[in-house]
Design a binder for this molecule. Structure first.
Ligand code: SF4
Ligand code: SF4
Length: 483
């Protein structure tokens, strides 16, 4: 009746209370954390994100176990071995709903506590300047325009920031510093970047830069696997689309120059992730974008990955009607096999793609974990979407240390799934882990969440993986678009 799709990650099933001398055995019931993703042919993936189990089951059973359907006839009196199996996988439980939720809260608390030490060492980002050499319609800088800008971080401030960084214990997994802006890699920032790279390399750091790639040629000597080792560069479509969206301040397109700079960077051994920011305006051009990457020799090139990301509501002045959700973008990409290449990147605000052995987490992103962004004016932030907006600063750099604004800092750092009541009842609580804080706070109180279509995107991703591995299950005219 069931076929195991993955080995579960947890053997101490959270969902079973073994009987004690004083307890009355309780009837098993469907657990509250089951999810279903329909497949062709009357079968479904049954998923439990708490035990991290996936099984292939008849749709009728999946509907019963996710409490959208009646009990199937052939499950009225199931064999004990089947019940034991379903209980071990977390699909049925003898806990009350309240006990089940408490068990999930306890588990989330343990996961969060286990990573507390790792969170104690920050992941640092230098925000070199709020200035930029492009004028894109959707840029986050629309939120900070109008101030006396742009200043560039001084080399002297870099030296003092490194004195602060030196006060933290060495953490091998955090030996990367990000360079961010505005645009961090411009002719005008060269001296500061040189200072950062020199001081960082002396301490064993490498660097990742989020750059528009237009003036990369001025940094060629700093591009290498031991210096600026990774680049995140944006191309927004084939040449004519990109050139209409990402223009330089004198109104010229930038596609050809960026492509040439990406190739030169990969020749130096640098890893380049190309992100394409997608909204309703350029969505239909994604197939042509893949073709154009192929034509210019970037598709399949060593050291180059490509992924699509929806333009975020917080990014600028786009009307909400122009924006796409993650699940809309995933569905679009799933219609064309060539576009699946655009959904391979994880954890960069991209169209995430989960496999059958996804990890579990208690916090959604670095902003609520350990990120610290140091800006050119001595302000300190946790989230790169709101950097430069003083009302979101969590501290001020003074006398070679950061004076944190206690309330603002803890508002970010206390946001784990453990503290979010709505999330503790959610089936993907330990995968999503609370959603974007900024989007949540737009919704209201400190505990408010914005799910952003996470559950649908997660199920869609698992379903796509299953159908890719089991092509005989696919419908002749391609996968249906509903879950
Ligand atoms: S809080 Fe939201 S916008 Fe900020 S880093 Fe996290 S996911 Fe990104
Ligand atoms: S933000 Fe939404 S999808 Fe994510 S864990 Fe919370 S309730 Fe679930």
């Amino acid at each position: 009746m069931t076929t195991q799709v993955n080995a579960m990650g947890r053997t101490d099933s959270y969902a079973l209370r073994t009987s004690t001398p004083h307890s009355t055995p309780t009837k098993l019931r469907p657990g509250a954390y089951n999810l279903q993703s329909r497949l062709p042919g009357g079968q479904s993936l049954l998923v439990n994100c708490i035990t991290r189990a996936i099984d292939l089951v008849p749709t009728s059973l999946a509907e019963y176990l996710t409490e959208v359907g009646e009990i199937p006839e052939d499950f009225v009196d199931p064999p004990q071995a089947l019940l034991d199996y379903l209980a071990l996988r977390g699909y049925v439980t003898n806990l009350s709903p309240e006990e089940e939720r408490t068990a999930v809260r306890d588990l989330a608390t343990r996961i969060d506590a286990a990573r507390a030490q790792e969170r104690a060492t920050p992941t640092f980002t230098f925000v070199l300047t709020y200035g930029c050499n492009l004028a894109c319609t959707y840029c986050f800088q629309s939120g900070i325009e109008g101030r006396a800008r742009p200043s560039i971080m001084s080399p002297d401030l870099v030296v003092r920031y490194f004195r602060y960084i030196d006060t933290f214990p060495h953490n091998q997994s955090k030996q990367n510093i990000e360079l961010f802006g505005g645009e961090p890699l411009m002719k005008s920032t060269r001296k500061t970047v040189e200072t950062i790279v020199k001081l960082g390399v002396d301490r064993g750091y490498t660097f990742t830069a989020t750059t528009n790639g237009v003036q990369l040629d001025h940094f060629r000597d700093l591009l290498s696997p031991t210096k600026i080792a990774r680049l995140l560069v944006t191309l927004d479509g084939p040449r004519e689309i990109h050139d209409a969206r990402r223009i330089n301040t004198s109104g010229h397109g930038t596609f050809a120059r960026i492509v040439s700079n990406i190739k030169a960077a990969t020749d130096e051994g640098v890893m380049v992730s190309i992100r394409t920011n997608v909204d309703r305006d350029n969505l239909a051009h994604l197939p042509a974008f893949i073709d154009s990457l192929d034509e210019v020799g970037l598709l399949g090139r060593r050291n180059v990955t490509v992924f699509a990301a929806p333009v975020k509501p917080s990014l600028g002045s786009l009307a909400t009607s122009e924006l796409l959700s993650h699940s809309e973008l995933i569905e679009f990409l799933s219609r064309d096999r060539r576009l699946l290449a655009l959904r391979d990147e994880k954890n960069q605000g991209s169209v995430n793609s989960w496999d059958f052995s996804w990890g579990e987490q208690s916090r959604y992103c670095g902003a609520v974990s350990s990120s610290l962004l140091l800006d050119p004016e001595g302000l300190v932030f946790t989230c790169n979407e709101v950097v430069g907006q003083p009302e979101h600063a969590v501290g001020q750099f003074r006398d070679d240390t950061v004076e944190f604004f206690a309330d603002k800092y803890s508002r970010w750092r206390k946001r784990s799934v453990v503290a979010l009541e709505q999330c503790l009842g959610c089936q993907v609580a330990l995968v999503c882990a609370g959603g974007c804080a900024i989007r949540g706070w737009h919704e209201g109180s400190a505990g408010a969440v914005d799910c952003g279509g996470f559950k649908e995107a997660f199920l869609s991703s698992l379903r796509r993986q299953f159908l890719t591995q089991n092509p005989q299950q696919e419908e002749p005219d391609g996968p249906p678009t509903s879950l």
